[in-house]
Design a protein around this ligand. Structure first.
Ligand code: NAD
Length: 414
């Protein structure tokens, strides 16, 4: 198949590279000129295990190319995937301005009948809107079929997940489009769920809302365990072994962050509000999460008193291990609170320091190794459970064990 993928972020680039890997001819389009220039020379602008190797392999086989030019990128494509960002607006609803500009660009440059596949996470009803908008911009009469194909990859294991996902969801009101998408996805050998358009859109939000709720649930349990003398690790293990519950997403920690859970939970609350429904469970999950992010600093103040002038090491800055993504990372709030308390911060992360510099307070000092970060500090905080052995560095615990005070709410691999 000849495929275009619009947006070369965490989802678009992984999708494009993996579709090329299973034998398609793929052109990736992005407005960001710096990203496209980097990709053209085989360098991935994002950190994702195995991505750059697969990118280079498929570039050398001439199965994937990159462009900023919509006309060139869309020419003769059977299928066009949309994978642009859908961040949140101030009121919590999804910002669809990138989707809007994508529709306009597709409409202006499309020259043949095609199937549009939406990978971006969009509120229910958006795919109908996308189809209508593209039609408004078309210069001639073309047939457009639309499919919702929400993405479930996890940053950090995105390539692995694409080939080993639990399910692929494809939703459309057009039987022929569903058949073609089924054919494209067949080489992944993953169970495919076919639905109508709106159910596919909802599956994505419902999945993320459920997982976020699971995290807030276990964090609330952790806070209670601490008060009554129970051990949250044992409790998590004990309830997670119940197959009706499952052990995933039951690790207590500093709360969820990242580019999906925070915005998708708020967006589904906003969708509920728009139809007069208060999504009470999800609303509580969001509030528990907000509180959880600050709890580590509150505990430190309780334990150590005044933090003014204390030297503190922050280890692991990205919102979770194995990614360089700093979007809504708990480290942001923790660093801001510590600076406000007058602490001096030395921070280290194996891959996300450059991105961290853009969002953490300017007072944070960055170090190039764990050893450097924990030298002469009063307290070391492990914020995300990087297994640094994989990155060729020394294991975190081995190093910080030699220090008297270690604070962490997350699970560190031993
Ligand atoms: P991202 O911000 O990393 O990448 C988006 C890319 O789209 C950027 O490179 C940007 O330059 C490009 N772009 C924006 N407007 C464009 C346009 N008009 N034409 C061409 N390119 C354009 O975003 P992401 O994390 O890859 O997320 C993309 C979508 O996938 C979002 O809706 C997100 O909710 C969803 N999603 C993300 C993940 C994840 O783990 N990151 C997982 C599942 C679903």
């Amino acid at each position: 198949m000849n495929i275009a993928v619009i947006g070369t972020g965490y989802v678009g680039l992984v999708t494009g590279v993996c579709l090329a890997e299973i034998g398609n001819n793929v052109t990736c389009i992005d407005l960001d000129e710096a990203k496209i220039s980097t990709l053209k020379v085989g360098i991935s602008p994002i950190f994702e295990e195995g991505l750059e190797e697969l990118l280079n392999k498929n570039m050398s086989l001439n199965r994937i190319s990159f462009t900023n030019d919509y006309e060139e990128g869309l020419f003769g494509k059977d299928v066009i995937y949309i994978a642009v960002g859908t961040p949140q607006m101030a009121d919590g609803s999804a910002d669809l301005s990138y989707i809007e500009s994508t529709c306009e660009a597709i409409g202006h440059h499309l020259s043949n009948d095609t199937i549009i596949v939406t990978k971006s996470t969009v509120p229910v009803g958006t795919n109908d809107y996308i189809k209508a908008r593209i039609h408004q911009y078309l210069k001639r009469d073309l047939s457009i079929k639309i499919v919702s194909n929400p993405e479930f990859l996890k940053q950090g294991t995105a390539v692995y997940d694409t080939f080993h996902g639990d399910r692929i969801v494809i939703g459309s009101d057009d039987a022929q489009a569903l058949e073609i998408l089924e054919e494209i996805n067949a080489p992944f050998h993953i169970p495919i769920i076919k639905t109508d358009l709106r159910s596919a859109e909802m599956i994505k939000y419902a999945s993320n809302a459920f997982l976020a709720t699971k995290i807030s649930f276990i964090n609330e349990m952790a806070n209670l365990c601490e008060k009554v003398g129970a051990n949250i690790d044992s409790v998590s293990r004990g309830i997670g072994m119940d197959t009706r519950i499952g052990s995933a997403f039951l690790n207590a920690g500093t709360g969820y962050g990242g580019s999906c859970f925070p915005k998708d939970t708020r967006a589904i609350i906003s969708t509920g509000r728009s139809v007069g429904l208060h999504m009470q469970i999800i609303d509580s999950a969001v509030r528990v999460n907000e509180m959880q992010k600050g709890i580590l600093v509150d505990k430190m103040i309780q334990q150590f008193g005044d933090l003014n002038g204390k030297k503190i090491a922050l280890l692991g800055l990205s919102f979770k291990p194995n990614t360089d993504d700093m979007r809504e990372a708990p480290s942001i709030l923790v660093a801001e609170k510590l600076i406000k308390e007058g602490a001096i911060i030395q921070a280290y992360d194996p891959v996300s320091i450059e991105n961290a510099k853009k969002v953490l307070p300017y007072q944070v000092n960055y170090k190039t190794s764990i050893q450097e970060a924990i030298t002469n500090v009063d307290i070391a905080i492990i914020l995300s459970e990087w297994d640094v052995r994989k990155t060729g560095h020394s294991p975190v615990l081995f190093m910080v064990r030699e220090y008297p005070i270690i604070c962490t709410l997350c699970h560190v691999p031993l």
